[in-house]
Design a protein around this ligand. Structure first.
Ligand code: HEC
Ligand code: HEC
Length: 105
C-alpha cells in the first residue's frame, strides 16, 4: 500500500513538471524577441520614425512589403491585426523602443 502511494506521488510530480515545462515553451513563443535592425539601418532611418520604416517594411502601393527586399512586418503590428488596415497599431508605432540597431563592428 505504501509503495503504491509513493508511485502515485511520483507519477503526479512527474506529470506536473511536464505541465510546467509546456507552459514555459508556450510563453516563449508568444512573447518572442524583436529582431535587431541591421547595422546598415544606422543611416538616419531611425530619426525619421515609423513612416520611414513603413515605406519599406509596410504594406504599400508596391506590395507587401513595399520594398521587396525588406522583411514583411508581422500582421500583429497592424491595426485590427490585419495587413489590410495599412495602419500601424499605436503600441507598435515607436519601432525603436523594441527594435534596436545591431551594434556596428
Ligand atoms: C530603404 C528600405 C528600408 C527602410 C526605410 C527600413 N528598412 Fe529595415 N530592412 C530593410 C531591408 C532590405 C532589410 C534586410 C532584409 C532582411 O534580412 O530582413 C531590413 C531588415 C530589418 C530588420 C530585420 C528583420 C529580421 O527579421 O531580421 C528589422 C528589425 C528592421 N529592418 C527594422 C526597421 C526599422 C525599425 C526601420 C525604421 C527605423 C527600418 N527597418 C527601415 C529595408 C529597410
Ligand atoms: C512592442 C514591441 C515592438 C514594436 C514597438 C515594434 N515591433 Fe516589430 N517585432 C516585435 C517582435 C517581438 C517581433 C518578433 C515576433 C513577432 O513576429 O511578432 C517583431 C518582428 C518584426 C519584424 C520581423 C518580421 C520577420 O518576419 O522576421 C520586423 C521587420 C519588424 N518587427 C519591424 C517593425 C517596425 C518597422 C516597427 C515600427 C512600425 C515595429 N516593428 C515595432 C516587437 C515590436
Amino acid at each position: 500500500m505504501k509503495n503504491k502511494l509513493i508511485t502515485l506521488l511520483a507519477v503526479f510530480v512527474f506529470a506536473f513538471s511536464f505541465v510546467a515545462l509546456v507552459g514555459c515553451t508556450t510563453e516563449a513563443e508568444v512573447t518572442g524577441m524583436p529582431p535587431l535592425a541591421p547595422a546598415d539601418h544606422n543611416d538616419g532611418r531611425f530619426d525619421q520614425g515609423a513612416v520611414m520604416c513603413y515605406s519599406c517594411h509596410g504594406n504599400g502601393p508596391n506590395g507587401n512589403p513595399n520594398d521587396a527586399e525588406a522583411r514583411m512586418l508581422p500582421e500583429d503590428h497592424y491595426v485590427d491585426a490585419s495587413y489590410d488596415s495599412k495602419e500601424i497599431f499605436p503600441a507598435r508605432a515607436q519601432c525603436n523602443t523594441c527594435h534596436l540597431l545591431t551594434p556596428s563592428e
